[in-house]
Design a protein around this ligand. Structure first.
Ligand SMILES: *[C@@H]1O[C@H](CO)[C@@H](O)[C@H](O)[C@H]1NC(C)=O
Ligand SMILES: *[C@@H]1O[C@H](CO)[C@@H](O)[C@H](O)[C@H]1NC(C)=O
Ligand SMILES: *[C@@H]1O[C@H](CO)[C@@H](O)[C@H](O)[C@H]1NC(C)=O
Length: 505
């Protein structure tokens, strides 16, 4: 009985084993031609993976003895089918020399039933038919993928110079003619009017500005339903910062007029970039020659009010000239009294700005003084309509005292913050309290002489009247009205004072 049972049980075991082997072999899968479009220079993923159901049934087999072989039919250098990449069941990886660093499969993905081929960066020549043969356990999977390449090219490679008209061209390996072409910049549809002209896959951009930087995407639609797209990231060579700017400098200080490019042209292979500085009146200031890093900033060691004005920096790159305008606004302080100031004087410090833009306001501050906080004065610019050239803020010190000695600073502020400042050193001379009121130069000397002259005239007049008439009853009343002499009176008041003080004679 044992003899009979043994062959039977053996036959039964064999049958079960055979059935186990046969059933997955029957599930030889085919993924018929799939179409994939990818951008030149980007990543292409050629899909080949198990369905979730297949993965569930065969996940155990994926842990050992999985072999993947990707092949390409035809191609540039090969007439026949050739291996692109192979992962042997031992785990050894082989890659075709031409695809060496660019083609790969992700080992971790193999165990999850994903045998997709990744090519990066994609080249135009990678276009073609690809096929994968995957063996896992006893099952096989075939994948067929047709890879198409989409390209955006620009007629000026590298950097496009601001205002330099250029075009983008969108092309794909699709054999048909596109029935629809659309362009997007920063993900918004580009209107094909104004500065943009779209013609059979090409887009011309006239006089580009800095805002044309960023990604440009084209979309090609074909009659067979294919809808492919590719992107070009546009870089524009122009000025860093705004095309026109204002530089605020204190009279007598050194300053820089900025003229800097946003990219180093020589690093992008652009040679012979030259700059020329001039002022708007036509004056030629100099050539900044060839700069290695695209910085053509003009340095002025000492600026005065005569230097204020508008300047332009013309940079010529590959036959295109771009211009930056710089306004040099000079801040200066003009005192009402020249030279040392006597204590007790009435002093005005006028802070002025050439070329105000309209948004500036002034602030006066006493630096290096214990009284700095108390002496902070703020003034806002007004009356712009009538004072468009010279605008200022006046600091008034009605009676200058020793504590006003030191440095006064007039700073200019705008919405963006502090724009510039100028300093003024105030020197005060001691004055005897009994001495005459502060004098305003020759004008006062003249007034004093006039006063003495009128006094003498008045005395003569009084004497003449005295001789003619008896004493007037009104004189004592007039004597009471005599005001105390005011300090600091100018020459004009001399005459009047002379009249009032006639009774003292
Ligand atoms: C467009 O692509 C085709 C095929 O890839 C190529 O022959 C042709 O020269 C390309 N045209 C341009 C303007 O890039
Ligand atoms: C597009 O994006 C770039 C930055 O990627 C920006 O500099 C540019 O101003 C944007 N232009 C428009 C028109 O949105
Ligand atoms: C092509 O696809 C894009 C989205 O990827 C869509 O915005 C566009 O309208 C499509 N074009 C056509 C002609 O179907």
């Amino acid at each position: 009985m044992t003899l009979v049972f043994l062959p039977l049980s053996l036959a039964l075991t064999l049958l079960v084993t055979k059935a186990k082997i046969v059933s997955p072999r029957a599930a030889e899968e085919w993924r018929w031609e799939q179409r994939v479009w990818a951008e030149e220079g980007g990543l292409a993923v050629l899909p080949c993976h198990l369905s979730p159901q297949e993965l569930k049934n065969s996940w155990k087999m994926l842990y050992h003895k999985t072999a993947v072989r990707w092949e390409r039919h035809g191609g540039r250098a090969h007439k026949e089918t050739h291996m692109v990449l192979e992962v042997e069941c031992s785990g050894v990886l082989k890659t075709a020399r031409s695809m060496m660093p660019r083609a790969m499969v992700q080992n971790a993905d193999l165990r999850h039933g994903d045998f997709s081929l990744r090519i990066e960066p994609l080249q135009r020549d990678d276009v073609g038919q690809y096929e994968a043969l995957v063996r896992y356990g006893t099952a096989t999977l075939h994948c067929q993928v047709a890879l198409g390449v989409v390209t955006v090219t620009v007629n000026i490679p590298g950097l496009v110079v601001e205002t330099e008209t250029f075009w983008l061209h969108c092309n794909s390996s699709h054999p048909g003619k596109p029935v629809g072409v659309q362009w997007f910049h920063n993900d918004s549809l580009v209107p094909t009017s104004g500065r943009f002209l779209s013609l059979s896959g090409a887009l011309s951009i006239f006089r580009p500005t800095m805002s044309d930087m960023g990604p440009w995407r084209c979309n090609l639609a074909y009659s067979d339903g294919a809808n492919v797209s590719a992107t070009y990231n546009l870089q524009i060579l122009g000025f860093s910062g705004p095309a026109s700017s204002v530089v605020y400098a204190a009279a007598g200080s050194s300053t820089n007029l900025p003229c800097t490019l946003n990219h180093n042209p020589s690093a992008s292979g652009i040679q012979g970039v030259k700059a020329r500085w001039s002022n708007l009146a036509g004056g030629y200031l100099g050539d900044s020659g060839t700069s290695r890093n695209g910085d053509f900033t003009l340095h002025a060691p000492e600026v005065g009010p005569g230097d204020a004005g508008q300047y332009r920096c013309d940079v010529s790159i590959r036959g295109t000239t771009i211009t930056k305008e710089v306004t040099l606004a000079i801040i200066m302080v003009t005192p009402s009294i020249k030279g040392p100031v006597a204590e007790g004087s009435h002093l005005m410090l006028i802070c002025s700005l050439t070329h105000p833009q309209g948004h500036e306001h002034f602030q006066w501050r006493h630096i290096d003084s214990a009284y700095s906080n108390r002496n902070s004065v703020e003034a806002t610019s007004r009356d712009l309509g009538t004072q468009s050239f010279l605008l200022g803020s006046t600091l008034e010190l009605p009676r200058v005292s020793q504590k006003d000695t030191g440095t006064w600073e007039c700073s200019i502020h705008g919405p963006e913050g502090r724009l510039g400042a100028v300093e003024y050193g105030l020197e005060i001379t001691d004055v005897q309290v009994s001495g005459p009121p502060p004098i305003l130069g020759g004008q006062v000397t003249f007034g004093l002489l006039l006063f003495i002259f009128l006094l003498l005239m008045a005395c003569a007049l009084v004497l003449a009247l005295w001789n003619r008439r008896v004493r007037s009853p009104h004189f004592p009343a007039l004597e009471k009205e005599i005001p105390a002499p005011r300090p600091g009176n100018g020459g004009k008041d001399g005459g009047q004072e002379g009249k009032i003080q006639q009774t003292e004679c």
